[in-house]
Write a protein that binds this ligand. Sequence first.
Ligand code: SAM
Length: 285
Amino acid sequence: MSFEKERAPRVGTVKEVTSLSNPIIKDIRALSQKKHREESGTFLAEGLKLIIDALELGWTIRTLIYAKAAKGKPPVEKAAAKTVASGGLVLEVSEKVLGAITRRDNPQMVAGVFESHYRPLAEIAPQKNETYIALDRVRDPGNLGTIIRTADAAGASGIILVGETTDPFSLETVRATMGSVFALPVSRAEPKAFLDWAKKSGAEIVATHLAGSVDYRTIDYTKKPIVLLMGNEQQGLPPELAEGAGRLARIPQQGRADSLNLAVATAVMLYEARRHLLSLEEPGR
Ligand code: SAM
């Protein structure tokens, strides 16, 4: 008997749902609103690979939802077995229901409701060679998702959301992270709490600013752990945060654009820090 068959959920543990007026489906659809995500402490993620990764990383799944067409596929059965084993619910639904839940015409075959989680800032003790990203009032879900994905790819250690930001657990942000929301810890703090933490943490805050006096390529990112502080899309960094930073870095620009897109500027900074850290591993250094 295969592993999947051995662990497949017993008959009766999977609930079939075809109606959009089913109360469980209504609750899941309500997760499109921030208020419901916050009240329930849960969020929705789509895609089988992403769900398998999330389960492997230890995230708690409350509900697994799959389309009838996905029934019997070994990875789906395995995800269903894990869901049941951890006390979650498994729903087999019509494509119409899955499309309504994920708000897509061509929905993924599998979706999951997970418990959301922020890493408390007080738990973070940055170590040498680590890089964190702090985002001041990031507004755009696509930017936030892209930054989480890029930070994961560049080997950053975490994201800190400063002030009132867009929700990292909205469907749009989670989609844009391509699964990295499960891989990279996200913390949040008000500006003062962030600055207090940064002062005690031993990390250097490198803030990015259009009026920065330091070319971003001239900074040594290897002496201390680094927190790259990025400004809001419309307003940039407020003075209180800019003044709290050790340095204001500028990425030189040509042409007529007044600034880089926030996610692009973050990627440039992250990979510059990464380049410095990688150079430490070069023989002879
Ligand atoms: N109008 C805003 C301003 O005056 O700052 C533009 C904000 S920009 C779209 C968003 C953030 O990306 C900035 O606050 C900064 O953190 C970063 N950024 C964008 N272009 C940059 C550059 N050339 N040098 C340094 N940081 C930059």
